[in-house]
Design a protein around this ligand. Structure first.
Ligand SMILES: O=C(O)CCC(=O)C(=O)O
Ligand SMILES: [Fe+2]
Length: 273
């Protein structure tokens, strides 16, 4: 079994994660696995990815969306709540699977490795999982440059896998720059309070506990950390990157059904082609 683990993965870390991931997802909706990727692989993938990006590949995506990831065009006035109407900006540069596959074979190997799917199945108690069949969106890289961020949202999918390759240095303020943060198990609260003033989430202090939410959590993610996340349960975002360090991570897309691809509209919106 161990022989089948890709060289870029720390085998003992992976084996240990198989044993604790389910409990973490049940308790926190998030399972962090530090040192999942070897530091050699982190360095190699980063330098290859930046070289490819330097050749002019990649797509800068900028959009406005509400917390349910509905963009302006999708937002109807039928349910005119604050949560549905307040929009947040998101922007980043994406390097899609077709652009990275030759230079970052480790990411393709990881994406197709049954062991990664097995980990996700274990964590989320899923009977079966399939690699996305999309030629651009199966595995892709995100680059958060200065000014980029991901606005507050709930994922549409119940599960996600995110591999951290580089994080921004932490500053002095309440919220670190370019950092993933989430309000654990907040879906019920926001469903019950559709007119909640989201501006309070933007302020410098942590307002969550005072209004009946769990306090906002900012996990201390490191290069090489893999994290599994139940992103439909917990409102989350990536804070604005106010530094010159580019945050880089890889997203792996799996589906409950085989042969799922993005439709043309979504592919255009996400990847620009
Ligand atoms: O980059 C991250 O850590 C979070 C990404 C995320 O929330 C998403 O892609 O939906
Ligand atoms: Fe998300």
């Amino acid at each position: 079994m161990a022989a089948l683990i890709p060289k870029c993965v720390n085998g003992s870390v992976y084996q240990a994660a198989r044993a604790f991931c389910r409990q973490e997802i049940l308790e926190k909706g998030l399972c962090e696995i530090p040192n999942f990727l070897t530091s050699t692989a982190v360095t190699k993938i980063l330098s290859s990815a930046e070289r490819v990006k330097g050749l002019g590949k990649g797509f800068r995506s900028s959009e406005e969306h509400n917390v349910y990831l509905e963009d302006n065009a999708e937002t109807t006035t039928a349910v005119d709540t604050v949560l549905r109407t307040v929009s947040f900006p998101s922007s980043k540069v994406l390097l899609n699977q077709a652009e990275l596959q030759e230079d970052c074979p480790e990411l393709l190997e990881l994406f197709r490795w049954p062991g990664l799917r097995g980990l996700l199945q274990e964590a989320f108690a899923l009977p079966k999982l399939f690699c996305s069949a999309d030629p651009l969106g199966g595995v892709y890289l995100n680059f958060f440059e200065r000014g980029d961020r991901l606005g507050w949202h709930f994922d549409r999918s119940a599960f996600s896998v995110n591999l951290i390759l580089r994080e921004c240095p932490r500053g002095q303020g309440t919220w670190p720059p370019g950092a993933f943060m989430y309000i654990p198990d907040s879906k019920g609260f926001f469903d019950a309070n559709p007119n909640f003033d989201l501006a309070t989430l933007q302020s410098g202090s942590n307002p969550s506990s005072s209004v009946g939410l769990n306090p906002t959590v900012v996990p201390d993610l490191k290069p090489g950390t893999l994290y599994l996340f139940a992103g439909h349960r917990s409102l989350h975002c990536v804070s604005e990157n106010t530094t010159d360090t580019v945050r880089v991570n890889a997203i792996f897309t799996y589906n409950l059904e085989p042969n799922v691809s993005l439709n043309q509209y979504t592919r255009q919106k996400f990847f620009g082609s």
